[in-house]
Write a protein that binds this ligand. Structure first.
Ligand SMILES: Nc1nc2c(ncn2[C@@H]2O[C@H](COP(=O)(O)OP(=O)(O)OP(=O)(O)O)[C@@H](O)[C@H]2O)c(=O)[nH]1
Ligand SMILES: [Mg+2]
Length: 312
């Protein structure tokens, strides 16, 4: 099962993601040939273009250049090994490995983030994944702000056969969160996933609404919400880093979900966001189907990027 997931994660990244084609393609063309100043520059360019950022690109290139300085016979293949090893070090604590805690009654996962990041889609996909794994999951439709939000999440819930608590447009989001927990306890659900309204990290009153959700669920369970995960659109590249920092400062995020890694040429930004916040990446979104939310695997990510034979 785990092996399959790993393969699926890797395959989807490779198939759908220009970042990986770009870096892998570059490494691929250099694989057997000796490196020189020009090819090193090209590699650097492809890492920047994939949005790895200055810090990570410099770190990877420094290691490769240092090795090249000592060994002029260094080939693309060796550079891929070095790149993979450097990234493995950088991402040492990046894997979230979320496993629901049976002590929580229920485990409350609040998904937050800016408009359009993928919160609602992720809430549905996550609920489905956890339900497939034998958990009893309930969704809380806490986006009472956007008129069409209720219908969107309700459609998902119906399609995937997941229980949901909803309310009217304009209702108190915190009251929906409270009702969701209450319903979870009454109906013996062990996981409650709260979908919240999209908001900018700069809009104080909307940030206050999120804090209120936290305070209200704590009336039922002082340890909730157990997870405050920021959903980040991975295709927006490193622009998301400041936004993620601001959310972290307001809410003490406990994890990340990076969406839309399929079809982006900027999938390297995931590394920058993790570096900036030093919190785990639990899942990544690789498409719009229910099983397109996958646990983040550092090894699969790096192998998809630098090739099979490079696992350090
Ligand atoms: N390709 C792709 N599309 C995705 C992924 N995740 C979400 N989307 C799409 O992104 C769009 C926005 O997703 P939503 O889930 O509505 O985002 P949201 O954060 O709930 O948006 P607001 O409620 O408006 O703040 C939808 O068209 C989704 O289908 C993903 O991993 N890959
Ligand atoms: Mg939404």
């Amino acid at each position: 099962m785990l092996g399959n997931l790993f393969q699926k994660f890797k395959d989807s990244l490779r198939r759908n993601t220009p970042t990986f084609q770009k870096v892998l393609g570059k490494i691929g063309t250099l694989f057997a040939s000796k490196l020189d100043a020009t090819t090193l520059d090209q590699l650097e360019e492809s890492l920047y273009a994939a949005d790895f950022g200055v810090e990570t690109t410099t770190e990877i290139l420094d290691e490769i250049r240092r090795a090249h300085h000592h060994n002029k016979d260094l080939r693309g293949q060796d550079a891929a090994h070095i790149g993979a090893a450097t990234l493995t070090r950088i991402l040492a604590n990046a894997e979230g490995r979320h496993t629901p805690d049976p002590a929580h009654n229920p485990e409350v996962i609040a998904l937050i983030g800016v408009n359009g990041a993928g919160k609602t889609t992720t809430a549905a996909k996550l609920a489905w994944r956890l339900q497939q794994n034998g958990h009893k999951v309930i969704l809380g439709a806490c986006d009472t702000f956007r008129a069409a939000a209720n219908a969107q999440i309700q459609t998902w819930a119906q399609r995937l056969n997941i229980e949901i608590v909803t309310s009217q447009h304009g209702a108190d989001a915190a009251a929906v969160a409270y009702d969701t927990l209450h319903a979870a306890r009454a109906r013996h659900h062990n996981i409650a996933i709260l979908d919240t309204a999209g908001r900018l990290h700069t809009k104080t009153h909307l940030l206050e609404e999120l804090k209120k959700i936290g305070r209200v669920v704590q009336k039922l369970d002082p340890s909730a919400p157990h997870h405050r995960w920021l959903v980040v659109d991975g295709s927006l590249g490193s622009n998301s880093i400041d936004q993620a920092r601001a959310f972290h400062a307001s809410f003490g995020l406990t994890g990340l979900i990076i969406t839309k890694l399929d079809g982006t040429s900027r999938g390297g930004a995931l590394v920058g966001i993790h570096r900036a916040l030093q919190i785990p990446i639990h899942y990544v979104g690789l498409g719009e189907q229910p099983d397109d939310l996958q646990p983040f695997s550092t090894q699969a990510y790096i192998e998809a990027l630098f090739g099979e034979t490079t696992t350090p």
